[in-house]
Ligand binder design. Structure first.
Ligand code: NDP
Length: 280
């Protein structure tokens, strides 16, 4: 295909978007891999989503990331979706195809699994996993987690019916069930994932004592300049590792970059470069 000399356009749409780290991440990926592209963050509300995406692709856009509160709308917008995105009912990456159609993908779950397994050396096989929260992020990570063949998965949520419905939706070979936080008393898990948004307001779901197995790992999908409330909870409960979601953020971006450009960037360099900035 003939291209003019201006760089290819990519963006992340969301609201609020001001604090997004995605432009810095993609700029580093592009520099590292010698790709000529521009990636911007644009404030787009749900109301204007469809018109804004039409406009973006009509004006030369090649690929889009969509974040809160647009992932379900992006799922609807896509002309077709990967099997994983289809099941998660949420799309964070739109990819322009050669025939002009738009593919919808969800790279959040692969991002999480890559960070846990490849970066942190944590095997999910045969583990017992607790997922706190049953919102969009939880929905996006379940399939990639189940594909690692854990022993069992429990989803706990404040609004219990959402946890039960989500577990029912993903029922298959790996035992998975939904419950409320009270039902966690007396159970323990080798991996506890916080997929609630509680950390964003410095809150913590009500978690019983003894929830984390010996040598267990805690992972908060949220990230912040300082350790999140959940990361601190993990540390106080003697987690072998208590991690935040910065690695997941960079890994989901790398997966999107690969879908758009066909090149895999080196992620650890980027994670390492962002970590000190977050402390400042
Ligand atoms: P949603 O708004 O879709 O879901 C929020 C979830 O959090 C719901 O299950 C809600 O419960 C629960 N919740 C909110 N506040 C509390 C509280 N105080 N106590 C207990 N439960 C609470 O958000 P998302 O699923 O999109 O995002 C969840 C988190 O994941 C966010 O912190 C987000 O930043 C992070 N994330 C990180 C990514 C990364 O790359 N690192 C990627 C995507 C998300 P209820 O249903 O009862 O309201």
């Amino acid at each position: 295909m003939l291209r003019n000399s201006s760089p290819d356009q990519y963006a992340v749409f969301g609201s609020p978007i001001k604090h997004s780290k995605s432009p810095i991440i993609h700029e580093q990926f592009a520099k590292q891999t010698g790709q000529d592209l521009v990636y911007t963050a644009q404030e787009v509300s749900a109301e204007y989503f469809s018109a804004a995406v039409d406009d973006f692709f009509a004006n030369g856009g090649q690929g889009l990331n969509c974040t809160v509160p647009l992932k379900e709308l992006a799922w609807q917008y896509a002309n077709f979706r990967s099997e994983r995105a289809e099941r998660s009912k949420a799309v964070n990456t739109l990819v322009l195809q050669d025939d002009g159609s738009i593919l919808g993908e969800n790279t959040d779950g692969i991002g999480l699994v890559t960070d846990l397994v490849s970066n942190q050396g944590i095997s999910l096989k045969d583990s017992s996993i607790l997922i706190l929260g049953a919102g969009g992020a939880s929905r996006g990570i379940i399939e990639p987690i189940l594909s690692q063949l854990p022993d069992n998965v429990v989803i706990a949520n404040r609004t219990v019916v959402k946890a039960i419905n989500l577990a029912d939706e993903f029922a298959g070979t790996v035992p998975i069930k939904g419950c409320d936080f009270d039902a966690l008393a007396g159970q323990n898990f080798t991996l506890v994932l916080n997929a609630t948004s509680a950390s964003l307001t410095n809150q913590l779901p009500p978690l019983p004592e003894g929830l984390l197995a010996e040598n267990g790992v805690c992972y908060d999908l949220a990230y912040a300049n300082e350790p999140t409330t959940f990361v601190r909870w993990g540390q106080a409960n003697y987690a072998e590792k208590s991690l935040d979601g910065l690695g997941m953020l960079v890994e989901q971006a790398a997966e999107a970059f690969y879908l758009w450009r066909g090149v895999r960037p080196e992620t650890q360099l980027v994670i390492d470069s962002l970590r000190p900035q977050m402390k400042s």
